[in-house]
Design a protein. Structure first.
Length: 388
């Protein structure tokens, strides 16, 4: 094992240690918090967390095991064991397909990768609707059934590509990425008719290249375009609001002549942070998507050209970057938000047999401590009274 593979193993181990508990915590928050479940965007977050969690417990451990054992193809009977025979031919796909288990895992990896990208795009569309299109009528227009319908379309879109790849045997062990993923079907060539078999295999390669390009265009490129368009609108609205708040702030500072200089300085610093907050968040959303998926997608496209040689070290690094998105998503879209932090605190207090001031049980016993808690508690009582 060289230094690059050792670094990749360490990165994969870190991804598993972060992604599995973080995404499991997102699912636990969704299951335990009625406030989160009432929101339509929570379904998109749930879909993204499921994709990341399943990818972290299926494909990431397999790639780690393959790297540890010297890039040997997974055994046909079980994914967790590695065969003693090494791949011998083909710089692009490797000589062994890894068996039926690896092909099934490759189809699952294709489904989950596409599902994660489309779920991210759905989250951006939801925020665009909430901020740009109809902020005042968003809650009445965006219901859970609408979010469920959008998710059904996204998963059907991803399932079509996964099923097509599985039916055409375009999934299996790929030595370049040390993973069970999309790969070209091995040509069945005879020693005496190599030229004739290669000519027959040319249409199959063209079909696989067309499928690969279409898959990445309709998943990665489509999601990236949606992210850029929607968040551009969100950023424009955020800047308009910031300018309005800045005008009011400056007018107030001008009128308050006797204000202390330290208070004036804090107001100006908050004004500067307010301008940067939306830009920083949107840059994080789009930047992590491009940084994690971009190198892998570009490498898959370049791999289709016969004259392009891609090293195995670079292929594994690109795959590790795509896996790292599963460790970033829980913190970018969920766990750093107030509702999820409050739910995590309630879960921790429940495990420690303590009662949190934000918990529903404490509020029902002693009364709410804030106006927002009063509104939420009255809403829960109204829903229960109106339930049949």
């Amino acid at each position: 094992m060289d230094a690059v593979d050792a670094l990749s193993c360490a990165a994969l181990l870190a991804v598993m240690l972060v992604s599995v508990p973080a995404n499991a915590l997102v699912l636990a928050c969704f299951a335990c918090s009625p406030e989160i479940r009432r929101q339509a965007p929570a379904l998109f977050t749930l879909s993204l967390a499921l994709c990341d969690l399943l990818l972290s417990v299926s494909s990431v451990p397999l790639t780690l095991a393959v790297l540890i054992t010297g890039r040997r193809a997974p055994d046909t009977s079980t994914i967790t064991t590695i065969t003693t025979t090494t791949s011998t031919g083909g710089t692009g796909t490797g000589a062994s397909s890894g068996g039926g288990g690896c092909r099934a895992l490759g189809a699952l990896e294709t489904l989950l990768s596409a599902g994660a990208m489309l779920s991210t795009a759905a989250l951006s569309v939801d925020r665009w609707l909430a901020v740009v299109v109809s902020p005042l009528r968003y809650r009445s227009r965006m219901r859970r059934r609408h979010a469920a319908g959008a998710l059904a379309c996204a998963w059907a879109h991803a399932a079509c590509f996964s099923a097509a790849a599985a039916c055409r045997s375009w999934v299996g062990y790929h030595r370049l990425y040390a993973a069970c993923t999309l790969r070209e079907e091995e040509p069945q060539q005879q020693e005496e008719e190599e030229e004739e078999a290669a000519a027959v295999d040319a249409p199959a390669r063209a079909h696989f290249a067309t499928f690969t390009v279409a898959f990445h265009v309709l998943t990665f490129a489509l999601s990236l375009a949606v992210l850029c368009v929607t968040y551009r609108g969100v950023l424009r609205v955020a800047r308009v609001h910031c300018r309005r708040i800045d005008v009011i702030t400056m007018q107030t500072l001008v009128l308050l002549v006797d204000i202390h200089p330290s208070v004036r300085q804090r107001c100006l610093e908050e004004q500067r942070r307010r301008r940067q907050r939306a830009t920083r968040k949107i840059s994080t959303f789009i930047g992590t998507f491009v940084l994690c998926f971009g190198p892998y997608v570009i490498t898959r496209i370049l791999e289709l050209w016969p004259g392009v040689h891609i090293s195995e070290q670079w292929g594994v690094l690109c795959k590790c970057l795509s896996y790292s998105k599963a460790a970033c998503d829980p913190f970018i879209y969920s766990l750093l938000r107030h509702q999820y932090r409050k739910t995590c605190s309630d879960l921790l207090n429940r495990l420690l047999k303590r009662t949190s001031l934000n918990s529903t049980e404490w509020q029902r016993t002693n009364g709410p401590s804030t106006v927002l808690q009063t509104i939420d508690l009255n809403r829960e009582r109204t829903e229960k009274d109106g339930a049949p």
